[in-house]
Design a protein around this ligand. Sequence first.
Ligand code: FES
Length: 142
Amino acid sequence: MSMSRRAFLTWVGVGGLASSLPVALAACSPDTEQTEAAATNEFQSVGSVAELDKTGFLLNKKSPVGSVLVVRTPEKKLIAVNPTCTHAGCTVAWVGSAKKFACPCHQAEFGVDGKVLKGPATKPLKTYQAKLQGTSVLVKQA
Ligand code: FES
């Protein structure tokens, strides 16, 4: 009689464990969503290497990370900035010969690191990390 009672308790124990499994699985779902949200700060394609090679720069005002201007210097260094001038919002242009960005509206100038070289702008351009992967130019929020 004592044997069958123990067997009964074991059976209940297993049943209790099994019924707690769906709860554990449900608790995992929010973690999965958090991982996906974090993945948005990954490198994203903003254009093709062929396009960058054609002129030495690539301007994409509607890239996944926002407006971006990627430049490849003669030394093959990649520079990526948000080309929206911090003075009044015009789009700056890359001046390869002088290795700087110049704004056509009020002649502000920015260095390769986005820092202001000449006013009237007072705030630096936002910069991005950039790299090439296969035929794509990838950019990531710095
Ligand atoms: S908008 Fe660029 S200098 Fe004024």
